[in-house]
Design a protein around this ligand. Structure first.
Ligand SMILES: [Zn+2]
Ligand SMILES: [Zn+2]
Length: 112
């Protein structure tokens, strides 16, 4: 049996190898799906507010980065990420978008 990775974010399968994994997580589709996943977890509006209230972390740009990671009191978002977050907040509410639903053949039969 061929081993495959399954990516929860993208809902896709790909070869079970470090190279394939690396290629996948760097892919545009994955980055987008992952961002979307986190966007749904916490409201972008709240996230933007908390990030804007914090000063940018100076250690983050140093070699080795900031040791505090996600628990740092300073903001770790780059200007680009902050701009993307602002754009996300300005976007239409997620509930107004078409939702894609996948049904299994069994469910379809049940509902006639
Ligand atoms: Zn993925
Ligand atoms: Zn930091």
């Amino acid at each position: 049996m061929v081993k495959k990775y399954f990516c929860d974010y993208c809902g896709t399968r790909f070869a079970y190898s470090p190279e394939a994994w690396r290629r996948h997580v760097r892919g545009v589709a994955h980055v987008r799906a992952r961002a979307e996943h986190y966007r749904q977890l916490s409201s972008p509006r709240e996230l933007l507010r908390s990030e804007q209230a914090r000063r940018p972390c100076r250690r983050r740009s140093e070699p080795g980065g900031c040791l505090f990671g996600d628990s740092c009191v300073f903001s770790h978002l780059s200007q680009e990420e902050l701009a993307r977050l602002r754009a996300a907040v300005a976007e239409v509410a997620p509930s107004l978008r078409p939702v894609e639903v996948t049904l299994s053949p069994g469910q379809v039969a049940e509902w006639g």
